[in-house]
Design a protein around this ligand. Structure first.
Ligand code: SF4
Length: 504
């Protein structure tokens, strides 16, 4: 048992739903109790899809458990086939149905339907959403990719784009961006999958010269199988950020046999972050958390392209913990691998960064702690499925990222004014960034550590004179100093002793 309030990922069958919903002509029959249809809302409400997910639930109830739930499942499959006439079916169980062990695969096979039926084994008590999506995509590719499919002949090099799915953070716009970039450098896109692909499209995956894995969490397993089966090389660089996009272009050029100096376009990010107005960004401490792919990419952009200091890096995706640990070591920090948001919150409170880059959860955490925040990864809420074109990938993605990350920060001039006029009615130390509404930003007080010393009122007042962006650190250091010295009440004197202690 684990006490859980927020989860970063849904159960693995939601991952399977993301694949089925992304595709055309695939239907998913899910053995699940009444109530599991809640997952439809993720697609119709959060992602604002205009159609219901192609999922039929058996929706068994308590009274069905005394009867034949296996028969219920068979009837659901037969009816779903009759009604939707899909080109392929996937069948599986949700968490509760897993416990009643009805064997959806065997039951569906017994119906002898005239279309491919792909059974899914998704261990709901060990695995989660992204794993479920990866496994489903892999099973579909394995079942449907035609081993006799000939490699295309002549013309420009061709690749498949693998990984974009329903409910993916900016997947729609990333595909548009990367397909355009590949076209500019002279590479055609064969199949994009699972997003928008039909079973017939999966059958012709073998035509392409190589595969581009845009989202390793979803497409790595399938790409490795395609590499083994069709000898298709994998382009594994994820093009998020200017540097990564350039590396991606170089890798594509190498794999596709194009000249290494192929012209791919450019982003405004490098000039924007070099322009003098960005000087104040230098050295800002940033805490990064999300799925492994977006977190690793964000850390590189933060340090190499915006001049931030990576103060913390972590992921909830245990399957990619090794990659995140490596990246964290590269940035000189210890990786945080957890799916417990309270651990994330404690780390943010401890580090007191100037900016948090994370998921919807970190947005709440940062809001509570009064720290600016931008979203870089799923899980996300409805506002991160925007109407406008908002990729994360490619050169335009880097433009979007620059704007999104800098936006929640105080503007340079404003920050300067705050330091100079702390007593001003507008630019006082408690003021929120002017473009983010009028609400006061609370001082960043972490939850008090056990046995922490109290603050005398004049010491609190003195602390408020410290510029807000280093005030959290000053508070933390002073409290640590007081604890170490056995001081119960922090006075102005303690504050300055602590300052001297830590700067010596
Ligand atoms: S079966 Fe799984 S997804 Fe459905 S309500 Fe229970 S725990 Fe949630």
């Amino acid at each position: 048992m684990q006490l859980t309030l927020w989860t970063y990922e849904a159960p693995p069958h939601v991952g399977a739903m993301r694949i089925a919903t992304a595709m055309e002509g695939v239907h998913y029959v899910l053995h699940a109790p009444q109530g599991d249809t809640y997952a439809d809302l993720l697609f119709t409400m959060i992602e604002r899809q205009a159609k219901r997910p192609p999922v039929t639930y058996t929706t068994f109830q308590a009274r069905d458990l005394g009867g034949d739930t296996a028969e219920l499942f068979k009837t659901a499959v037969a009816e779903a086939y009759e009604r939707f006439r899909p080109q392929a079916l996937i069948v599986g169980a949700s968490c509760t149905a897993e416990l009643i062990q009805d064997d959806p695969g065997g039951l569906a096979r017994a119906l002898d339907l005239p279309v491919p039926v792909v059974p899914l084994e998704l261990p709901a008590y060990q695995k989660k959403e992204n794993w479920g999506a990866a496994e489903t995509f892999y099973r579909l590719v394995r079942a449907l990719a035609d081993p006799a499919c000939p490699r295309h002949a002549g013309g420009r090099p061709r690749c498949n784009l693998l990984g974009p799915a329903a409910l993916g953070f900016r997947h729609r716009d990333d595909v548009t961006e990367i397909a355009a970039l590949l076209d500019r450098i002279g590479v055609d896109v064969g199949v994009v999958a699972p997003l928008g692909a039909s079973p017939a499209d999966l059958a012709r995956l073998g035509e392409a010269d190589f595969n581009v894995v845009l989202y390793p969490e979803i497409a790595s397993t399938a790409a490795r199988w395609l590499q083994k089966t069709f000898g298709q090389p994998i382009v594994a660089t994820v093009p998020i950020g200017v540097g990564a996009t350039r590396d991606f272009v170089a890798e594509v050029a190498r794999v596709a046999g194009l000249p290494a100096d192929v012209a791919a376009g450019a982003s405004r990010l490098p000039w924007y972050s070099h322009s003098v107005d960005s000087t104040y960004l230098t050295g800002k401490r940033v805490f990064i958390f999300g799925d492994a792919t977006h977190a690793i990419a964000a850390a590189r952009i933060a340090r190499d392209e915006l001049g931030f200091t990576v103060a913390g890096l972590g992921t909830y995706g245990r399957e990619f913990a090794r990659e995140v640990r490596e990246a964290a070591a590269h940035h000189g920090v210890e990786a945080l691998v957890t799916d417990d948001y309270l651990e994330v919150e404690a780390r943010v409170a401890e580090l007191q960064p100037d900016l948090v880059l994370g998921t919807q959860m970190e947005r709440h955490v940062a809001k509570r702690l009064g720290i600016p925040c931008a979203v870089i990864s799923a899980p996300v809420h409805v506002q991160d499925f925007p109407a406008r074109h908002s990729p994360q990938m490619g050169f335009e993605g880097a433009n979007v990222i620059f704007d999104t990350w800098v936006h929640p920060l105080m503007m340079g001039l404003e920050e300067h004014l705050l330091t100079m006029f702390r007593e001003d009615f507008e630019f006082h130390g408690e003021a929120a960034p002017s473009h983010l509404g009028t609400a006061a930003t609370p001082d960043r007080k972490p939850d008090p550590a056990p046995h922490s010393a109290g603050w005398a009122p004049d010491a609190e007042r003195e602390l408020r004179k410290v510029p807000f962006f280093v005030r959290g650190k000053a508070r933390r250091n002073t409290e640590r100093f007081a604890r170490e010295q056995g001081i119960a009440l922090i006075t102005v004197e303690t504050l300055y002793h602590a300052k001297a202690h830590f700067s010596s």
